[in-house]
Design a protein around this ligand. Structure first.
Ligand code: ADP
Ligand code: MG
Length: 602
């Protein structure tokens, strides 16, 4: 995950040269671009990484700016104290907004941020204390160790220093256990929570961080301008920040930087040159600019930066390194002995209104065995799987895992206890490397927070997590593919990557939801071999399956369900001969020999 070093050096060198080359308005423009970059980097985190949309970032910029303006003029605070106060206020507001909306999916957050953006703009414009539409003037100049910051070049250093610091810390954070958890948000709450990721916590962190970056940009803006009015903090500006990110490539840090340049500079150029070109004045630049943006997004839907990187045949981030080779994997938990019952269902019942999807189901799963749960479509297998993996609690009955009741635990808790799962429809993060996807499975086995990772204080732990992921990949025979984006693999390999991700959590029980669905014959054979190896290592495997042929040679025991009831339990050979099973699968063919010969399938 490294940007080509040459580019980075050239970029920093250009920034260093700028105060000597650019003067007056040009340098001021560059400062404004830098302030936009700070806000847009927050949006890269929020929207690009977390998949959450906010139109209200300009309002947070306004909070930073008005904190500086009002506290330094009316209250005579130092600008630095006003920054602290602004950050505290922003954090409180972001936490409040997040608390109200982040638990809900869909359009609630964008709508709330829209309302928030409008409300705060009106507040600035209508509050006499804040100077109404005229705003506040005579903001105290910024002092740094007795050094007054007033010139553009001084702010140039401050602004771009902040930008580089944010890029460095965010880059570190994303390349860590907590960063993987943040990126997992895009894979949906079901997958992330099953990996032990507290999705509400991470969404809140991203929302607060984005708001704080915006607040810092606003505070610098006020100190630089030394006056504020409501105009730069309108909803339109909030939308423009989002636009900058999208145009540049909101999925990547440098996309955010590129977007701010690509948005601000052409706009400024059009603003000053278009009237002369057209021979008449008016706001034509808005129209031309709008058309230009549509063309750009049509040609490069992921944004210009990823497009540019592809054109240069170089990915924005070079592949990860093998620094974890030779590092010890994380310590494994003590495992139950082979043959011990580790999961026990007792009369588990699940009702959806009047429909009984599971009716008093009881069975056990033992360490070192493969138990297959089979049944025709609609039999209630997935519902039971969801009860066991704590996605949905049962309506009645008890589920004990390693001797402890888990029927009312959440999926993070059961993951922590040693139950790992895969999904019927593969849920990998397609753009993330195979190694990163697998490392996400070890999330609960690490400790360091996102603050520690931002400052690279988590490197020893990170190397061990990576070594653990590599170990899991080795067990599954996928080591050669560790740096490949997961989305580029065929379905059979993606299913195995999901199993490796589950193994990285060091489970005692592996839950597999239709692992052979959509696989070809050879892929099924390889998968069966892998599951046999894992079973021989002492792992308990519970798999929901549709395809009887697949489980016949693999499962030690089979539980058969139909219409929510358990209709049979036994060895594969026993259930295959069971008339109730033949009836359920083939609708009344009473010749078991026929069923065997044809390979009974759902
Ligand atoms: P299987 O996985 O064996 O094909 P399911 O567990 O998906 O079966 O479904 C069992 C029954 O429960 C079906 O009749 C299905 O329509 C019903 N069902 C499953 N999930 C829900 C739900 N969330 N709400 C209402 N009914 C559901
Ligand atoms: Mg199902």
């Amino acid at each position: 995950m490294r940007l080509p070093r040459l580019f980075l050096i050239a970029f920093v060198a250009a920034l260093c040269a700028a105060p000597f080359v650019l003067q007056g308005y040009s340098l001021l423009m560059l400062n404004y671009v830098g302030l936009s970059v700070i806000v847009v980097l927050g949006l890269v985190l929020l929207t690009g990484v977390g998949g959450l949309t906010s139109f209200g970032q300009a309002a947070f910029v306004g909070m930073g700016a008005y904190s500086a303006a009002w506290l330094t003029t009316a209250m005579h605070w130092s600008p630095w104290a006003s920054l602290l106060a602004g950050l505290v206020l922003t954090t409180v507001v972001a936490l409040l907004l997040g608390w109200v909306t982040l638990r809900m999916s869909g359009h609630y957050l964008p709508l709330t941020t829209l309302a928030w953006g409008i409300a705060i703009y009106l507040l600035f414009g209508n509050s006499e204390t804040l100077g109404g539409q005229t705003g506040i003037t005579d903001i105290a100049p910024l002092n740094l160790l007795g050094w007054k910051l007033t010139a553009s070049w001084q702010f140039h250093i401050l602004i771009w220093g902040v930008v580089l610091a944010i890029i460095w810390t965010v880059h570190n954070m994303l390349d860590s256990r907590e960063g993987r958890a943040m990126r997992a948000l895009k894979g949906g709450a079901l997958m992330a929570e099953a990996m032990g990721v507290n999705t509400t916590r991470f969404k809140t962190i991203l929302f607060v961080l984005a708001a704080q970056y915006a607040c810092v940009a606003g505070w610098i803006y006020a100190c630089m301008q030394r006056f504020v009015n409501p105009t730069p903090f309108s909803l339109q500006q909030g939308i423009e920040y989002l636009f900058m990110g999208v145009v540049g490539g909101i999925g990547e840090l440098w996309g955010g930087v590129a977007g701010s340049f690509l948005y601000a500079l052409p706009r400024e150029w059009l603003h000053s040159h278009l009237p002369a070109l057209l021979g008449r004045s008016g706001s034509f630049e808005g129209v031309v600019f709008g058309v230009l943006m549509i063309v750009i997004l049509q040609r490069a839907p992921e944004g210009l930066w990823p497009h540019l990187c592809r054109v240069c045949q170089r990915r924005a981030f070079a592949p990860g390194t093998n620094a974890s080779v030779g590092v010890a994997a994380l310590e494994a938990r003590p495992k139950p002995n082979k043959g011990d019952a580790i999961l026990a269902l007792d009369a588990v019942t699940k009702r959806f209104g009047g429909l009984v999807a599971n009716n008093a189901i009881s069975f056990e799963v033992r360490a070192g065995e493969v138990l297959a749960l089979i049944g025709p479509n609609g039999a209630g297998k997935s519902t039971l799987f969801n009860c066991i993996s704590a996605v949905n609690p049962p309506s009645a009955g008890s589920i004990r895992f390693l001797g402890k009741p888990v029927e009312h635990c959440d999926s993070r808790r059961v993951a922590q206890m040693g139950m790992s799962r895969t999904f019927q429809h593969v849920r990998l993060l397609p753009r993330m490397s195979v190694a990163d996807n697998v490392a996400l499975g070890a999330h609960l086995r690490g400790k360091h927070s996102f603050v520690a990772s931002a400052w690279r204080l988590d490197r020893a732990q990170e190397l061990r997590i990576r070594a653990t992921a590599r170990n899991a990949l080795e067990r599954c025979g996928l080591c050669a593919l560790e740096h490949v984006p997961a989305g580029s693999l065929p379905l059979g390999s993606q299913r195995v990557v999901e199993i490796a991700r589950a193994l990285a959590a060091d489970p005692c029980l592996l839950l597999l939801d239709e692992p052979a669905a959509g696989l070809r014959y050879l892929e099924k054979r390889e998968l069966a071999d892998l599951l046999e190896r894992l079973r021989d290592e002492g792992l308990a495997i519970l798999l929901v399956e549709h395809d009887l042929d697949f489980i016949m040679g693999l499962a030690d025991r089979v539980v058969v369900m139909d219409f929510g009831e358990k209709i049979a339990e036994g060895t594969p050979a026993e259930v295959r001969r069971n008339p109730a099973v033949i009836e359920a699968y083939l609708g009344g063919v009473d010749d078991a020999g026929d069923a065997q010969g044809e390979g009974v399938k759902a």
